[in-house]
Design a protein around this ligand. Sequence first.
Ligand code: FES
Ligand SMILES: [Fe+2]
Length: 361
Amino acid sequence: MNNNHLFPSTFIPIKWYSDESLAVVEQKELENHPYYLGSKFIIPHPGNYVVSEFTFKNFVLIHSENGINAVSNICRHRQSLLLQGYGSRKTITCPLHYWKYALDGKGLSAYDFGEDYQCPDLPTLPITQWGALIFKHHESIQKILDETSSIKKLKTEDYLFRSIEVVECDYNWKIFMETYLDLYHINTIHPGLRKFANCENPQWEINEFSSSQTVDVMLLPDQNPSLPYTAYAKYILDYAGSTVAQKITWFSIYPNTMIEIYPYHMAISSIIPLSATKSLNVIEFYMDAALEDYEHGEAMHQAFKESYMETAAEDDMACQKIQLGRNNLFKSQIEDHGPYHNPLELGIPSFYQFWNTHFRP
Ligand code: FES
Ligand SMILES: [Fe+2]
């Protein structure tokens, strides 16, 4: 008997991908779940800050003398945004009328208001730190991260931050999650990735609030070296040789945070809903700190990032097509849900289970 498919015991109804009024309800619900803010790798020293794209720039992660805080990025005077991007500061000074705040959010001075006026403080958001990763405080985030063995090493590993990419997507955030959790399409739509990631024997770790897929890496140096994955493979072989077993782990914390560990590199992303059919994909890129001493470390990172973006563009096409199909079903009020490939699509029913049990408002 062919056992390569499973029928869903649960699914997300079609209207939740297209109906704007339901998207508003979902956006509110997201606030109740673990929320990634940024990492200490971006702000290693006191004075360093990074505006959190994951909070729509409403909060900025700042490393002050007293540690790391998530401080409001909105001025208490006329509510101007205070900081942009990332960098280093001694104080936070509003660009409009020069109100000044300390790096921990304490109000310092209100320009020309006189000495008896005390500038109010910037509110802070409680945070939870796991290794170098910083989340909006949530009671279960430590446990979610601790219970997945494939990411354990990350808690003590050292990475160097390299860049952030923000990509607008024309589809519902849940379609991105489903595509992320689907290894079945790697052979069909990812010509570069399928020669690099061997999905014959994926190792799944599926928990109630997260899932992880680990696959082996194939290093095939004899292909066209102008292709990003071939260049990346060539640098891995040059740096580590062919006897070191390399793996990729795609880990997701439901509902919408993804941590992807590749050989000597990492990407952390969140898919943030903007409306029923639009979302924002914010991706942070990192490289292993040990590569600093490798003469081709930066070139290797560039090849990794190009490989990642090649795959992301292919996924983007796939997600758009799923959105169009589901929009049509929504208009016709038809419900349709297919089977899952076993084992290559096992993450999808786990996400549906999470959504129906813990998320569905
Ligand atoms: S808006 Fe910030 S000082 Fe006026
Ligand atoms: Fe993909």
